[in-house]
Each structure stands twice: as structure tokens, then as C-alpha cells.
Design a protein around this ligand. Structure first.
Ligand SMILES: [Zn+2]
Ligand SMILES: [Zn+2]
Length: 283
């Protein structure tokens, strides 16, 4: 009898231990899922947007061309300036020519600390004192221009409805991108010089926001890149889901001509003054 009781006790202990262990196991799996979930940044979305290339080295019309980059983004909720070009007077004149009043700008996103992207800031400090400027972590001291509210960003962060800064990637130098989620289309990603690699930036935007990329516009840093390197970049962007590719600024002519000839459905020809509208209804 005693032998049976001992065996029963042992069985009960085994059953309790197994269920406790199972509980711990299930809990740890759940916890892992939650961690993955919380890492994803919930960015929201906008119905559409308009991009205007304010400064670029690919010329067109009356606008002042210079080596550098600045792109204005207008969503139904915000106006954001991505980079500011190489010269305060060029930024001033081109904004004027395009009919953009600097008082419209809600905030600025700086991709990286190179002069051809930040030198227009001194014009904004004059006409928009206190304007918020997001810069990559570790660069505020070098970029600091008196009169602006400079904020460092280290990780992917929502900065407006539908808009997030994609950070932090190192080239060198440290660089961040701007991604806007357009309903029915996916991410519109703006890149400065892509020093960390345009494919790496787009892949990070896709992972951090959990949204398919649609368009990538900006400098791809591929001057002098071989034909195979250009084709590999295009192939990998398309594999990530990118539908429209718009290399300007420091991208080099080779990737532009390969896109034009061999990937016309993905090629978006852009230069200074280009206006690109994206919404679920635009073709
Ligand atoms: Zn540049
Ligand atoms: Zn650069």
C-alpha cells in the first residue's frame, strides 16, 4: 500500500513539474514575441504626398543647380525638409522660385553631416529661428548652428503622422533616412548620400516599420560603381519590394542609364525641380 502511495506521490510531483516547465516555456515564447513586436515602430500612414526636389546637381530650368541635396516633402498633415543643400543662398532662391515659404516647414531632417547636405541650415536659422532639426546621433556638435533646435536621433523614430526617421546606420559617417508610409503604396524612402549603402537603408526601413518599400529617392553614392554593382543594387532593391527607383545627387550616371534602358518600369527620372506625387490613386 505504502509502495503504491509513494509511486502516486512521485507521479503527482512529475505531472506538476512538467506543467510548471511547460508554463515557463510558453511564457518565454510569448515574451519573445512581445519583444519582437515592440521593436517595430508604429508609424501610421498618410493618404498621399508630394515631393519637390529643391536642390540637386542634375539641372533643369531656372533653379540653381549645385552639388548637394534638398527635398521638400508635403503630406496632408506636415511639410518636412529633408537636407538643405550646400549653400544658404541657393536654398533661399530655389525655395522662392518653387513658391515655398519657409514658414510652411514644420521640421528638418538631416541625413548626415556633410556640407552639401547641411550648409543651407544657416538660411533657415535666420528666417525660422527655433526650427526643429533632426540629426544623426553623435553629429549635433559638428552640425550645431546657432538659433536652431537640433535634436539627435539614435534609433528609428516616428516624427510625424506616417513619417519616421530611419536610424542609426554608419557609413562612415553616421546617416539617417526619412520614410513616409503612403496608404495603398508603401514606404517612400528619402536617402541623403547612402554612405551605409542604399540597400542596407531600405532593408532597415522595411524591418523597423514592417512595411513594404515603394519608392526610394536620393543619393545612392555609386559614382564609379561597376555595371555589375549597379545591377546588383537594382536587383536587391526590387527584391525588397521597391517599385520605383530614383537615384539623383551622388548616384552616378551609370545606375541611371541602366535603370532607363533595362528597368524602365522601375526607373523614375528625377532632377532639380522634379515634383513627384504618390498616392493610392496615382499611376
Ligand atoms: Zn552628398
Ligand atoms: Zn555625403
Amino acid at each position: 500500500m505504502r509502495w503504491v502511495r509513494d509511486k502516486l506521490k512521485f507521479l503527482i510531483i512529475v505531472v506538476i513539474s512538467i506543467s510548471l516547465l511547460a508554463g515557463v516555456f510558453i511564457f518565454s515564447i510569448r515574451k519573445k514575441e512581445v519583444e519582437i513586436e515592440t521593436k517595430r515602430v508604429l508609424v501610421g500612414s498618410v493618404k498621399g504626398l508630394k515631393l519637390i526636389i529643391v536642390v540637386d546637381n542634375y539641372p533643369d530650368g531656372e533653379l540653381k543647380t549645385a552639388w548637394g541635396l534638398s527635398i521638400l516633402v508635403k503630406t496632408p498633415k506636415n511639410t518636412i525638409l529633408f537636407d538643405t543643400g550646400p549653400d544658404p543662398s541657393i536654398l533661399r532662391e530655389n525655395l522662392k522660385e518653387l513658391g515655398v515659404d519657409p514658414s510652411e516647414i514644420d521640421f528638418v531632417v538631416i541625413s548626415h553631416e556633410h556640407g552639401d547636405h547641411i550648409n543651407g541650415l544657416s538660411y533657415l536659422a535666420k528666417v525660422r529661428p527655433g526650427l526643429k532639426v533632426y540629426v544623426p546621433k553623435g553629429t549635433a556638435e559638428r552640425i550645431r548652428i546657432r538659433g536652431l533646435d537640433i535634436k539627435e536621433v539614435d534609433k528609428t523614430t516616428k516624427v510625424a503622422e506616417g513619417a519616421a526617421i530611419i536610424g542609426w546606420l554608419y557609413g562612415p559617417p553616421a546617416e539617417e533616412a526619412l520614410a513616409i508610409n503612403v496608404e495603398g503604396r508603401g514606404l517612400v524612402i528619402l536617402v541623403g548620400c547612402s554612405h551605409p549603402g542604399v540597400v542596407n537603408i531600405v532593408a532597415k526601413a522595411k524591418t523597423d516599420l514592417g512595411i513594404k518599400p515603394y519608392l526610394v529617392l536620393g543619393g545612392f553614392h555609386m559614382i564609379g560603381a561597376s555595371e555589375s554593382a549597379c545591377k546588383e543594387t537594382i536587383k536587391r532593391l526590387i527584391e525588397l519590394g521597391v517599385e520605383k527607383i530614383a537615384p539623383i545627387h551622388c548616384s552616378g550616371d551609370r545606375i541611371r542609364s541602366i535603370l532607363e534602358k533595362e528597368f524602365p518600369q522601375n526607373w523614375l527620372k528625377c532632377h532639380i525641380g522634379s515634383v513627384i506625387e504618390v498616392s493610392a490613386s496615382t499611376p
